[in-house]
Design a protein around this ligand. Structure first.
Ligand SMILES: Nc1ncnc2c1ncn2[C@@H]1O[C@H](COP(=O)(O)OP(=O)(O)OP(=O)(O)O)[C@@H](O)[C@H]1O
Ligand SMILES: [Mg+2]
Ligand SMILES: [Zn+2]
Length: 254
């Protein structure tokens, strides 16, 4: 804790003497929260590609009225969640839903960074990667690292589950995601999810096409994670839709 050691306000103790209405006491020094925020960031597993993702460098694309409306709402909801969590929010979690490249992961990470700066633990997991970690943890030859990672996904304060449902469906996958979500649901632990699957709750046509195909964008949430996990997710999360927004990756390369 080099910062704390050098802090001129508290002499490195993390506590400050305060005087309130003639009563003296101690209070956490600001350096304590800064140091904690820094350590949370280091443990958050945020992918290098999103290291700089924040609200400040997220454009609401004012030049495009349709995209702009969806993105402005998304940013407003995300910002107020990051500010009000946990007591001032109606639902403890968020679900970003929309097509690929529309800024879901960027916004989810911007939220997580704010929460960490406020001292809440957030841990990022890519959905596919988490399933692989878990699968390999059944292998007796696998290390404790895999098992620890899954434990973290279960028990961390705020779980960021990125690209939910981006995986072919098997009973094993459905059971695994259901048990993860049920565990967090039962223990009142929030999830911030991103997904590019479709759902009637996000304004998509109510009846799944059943066609599927090879583009994940055409799949429905129910088809990929099952009705039980979906049901809990909607109870836990406020939906933030980026539907109608153009793919930023494609636009940027034009
Ligand atoms: N409105 C925006 N302003 C600035 N950068 C953006 C915006 N939207 C997306 N980006 C950037 O474009 C890239 C793709 O965005 P992001 O990864 O958040 O998309 P996504 O919706 O999560 O896509 P996918 O469904 O494929 O995971 C990222 O590098 C992100 O920082
Ligand atoms: Mg994403
Ligand atoms: Zn200090």
């Amino acid at each position: 804790m080099t910062e704390t050691a050098e802090c001129p306000r508290c002499g490195g103790t993390g506590w400050r003497l305060v005087d309130r209405e003639g009563m003296s006491g101690v209070e956490r020094c600001d350096c304590y929260a800064q140091e904690r925020g820094k350590r949370l960031m280091e443990a958050a597993r945020i992918p290098p590609l999103y290291e700089n993702a924040s609200f400040e460098n997220f454009s609401t694309q004012p030049e495009n009225p349709i995209a702009s409306r969806a993105l402005s709402t998304a940013v407003t909801v995300a910002r107020s969640y990051a500010r009000e969590y946990p007591y001032g929010v109606k639902k403890l979690g968020l679900m970003f839903i929309g097509d690929p490249g529309t800024g879901k992961t960027h916004l989810a990470i911007a939220v997580a960074k704010r929460l960490m700066a406020r001292g809440f633990e957030c841990v990022f997991f890519d959905y596919q990667n988490l399933l692989e970690l878990l699968r390999s943890s059944y292998d007796p030859a696998s290390g404790a690292a895999q098992r620890d990672a899954y434990r973290t996904a279960l028990d961390c304060e705020v779980l960021l589950l990125d690209d939910l449902g981006a995986h072919r469906v098997t009973d094993w996958v459905e059971d695994t995601v259901t048990s993860l979500i049920t565990y967090r649901y039962n223990n009142n632990k929030p999830i911030i999810v991103t997904t590019n699957l479709r759902d009637s709750e996000a304004g998509d046509a109510a009846v799944p096409s059943g066609v599927g195909g090879d583009s994940t964008a055409r799949w429905y949430l129910t088809e990929r994670i099952g009705i039980r996990a979906r049901s809990r997710l909607f109870e836990m999360c406020r939906v933030v839709s980026t539907r109608g927004v153009e793919d930023y990756r494609v636009r940027k390369n034009r």
